[in-house]
Ligand binder design. Sequence first.
Ligand code: GRG
Length: 298
Amino acid sequence: MTGDGFLDEVTTHLLAAGGKRLRPVLALATATSGLGPASREDLLGAVAVELVHLASLYHDDVMDEATVRRNVESVNARFGNLVAIVAGDFLLARSAEIAAGLGTEIAGLLAATLGELCQGQVAEVHAAFQVTRSQDQYSTAISGKTASLMATSCRIGALTGGLSRDQVEAFTSFGRSFGMIFQVRDDILDVIGTEAELGKPAGQDLAEGIYTLPVLLALDNPEVGPELRPLLGQPLGQPERDKARSIVAGSGAIADSVVVARRYAEQAADAARSGPSTQLATGFTRLAHSLVDDLPGG
Ligand code: GRG
């Protein structure tokens, strides 16, 4: 709390709305091998990563002109863009302050991750409406905008938990692969999910010109690419969005994207196995596979 009632209201708006708290869970599970108890340092590391995530949601919703986040009105919709941006900055400042108290390695790591988030986000914006976006460009962008903070969450947990250097590297690698699965899954669901399941309109990425893995795979497919390509490259109205979604969904691109997600899940499981605890390896492996298993053909 800041002592300023308005700033407190804005900065706690999304916190109070919930969220899965996935990044702190990764940090704390890594730090404690899922066995607890967590130390004060473990908890502060977990808070620092969630605050960076939260700040990124504040800024992302301004960029996307979002109206809903975590099933409540988004911060920009409720308080305006200017307040949302500065409140996001405030959350980042709080995270940096906490990280500084955890030492220079963690403070430097979080600052570098913030840079990666921005690079990933800029790469995505830059590629908007480009039907020539490559799968490598896609992977680099999602590694920055999503997987980097998951990797750092595990790494910070490994550091505060006092794991060996080899284990720090192994869990960082687990977090990176886990983040890749998470984003590929999200991108698959954007094509095949319903508004009720997603909590946001389906096909939103397609409509906004963000061509993700399933779309890029469909574009590369000689059977459906020629039908899909002319629809893309511009903002889509509802009928075109539905048509593009159904072309991608009916093309085999979803199954091929699930294969990619499964490959990341195997990498994640390999990394988790090098940790100090079989219990954590089992838990993390299940978590990674659970993101793939309920996808079609997963
Ligand atoms: C100011 C930190 C900062 C970054 C600026 C805006 C930006 C650059 C990056 C955007 C990064 C972003 C929002 C990526 C998407 C990550 C993602 C998968 C969000 C959803 O995560 P969940 O499902 O959300 O874990 P909950 O609500 O459960 O916490």
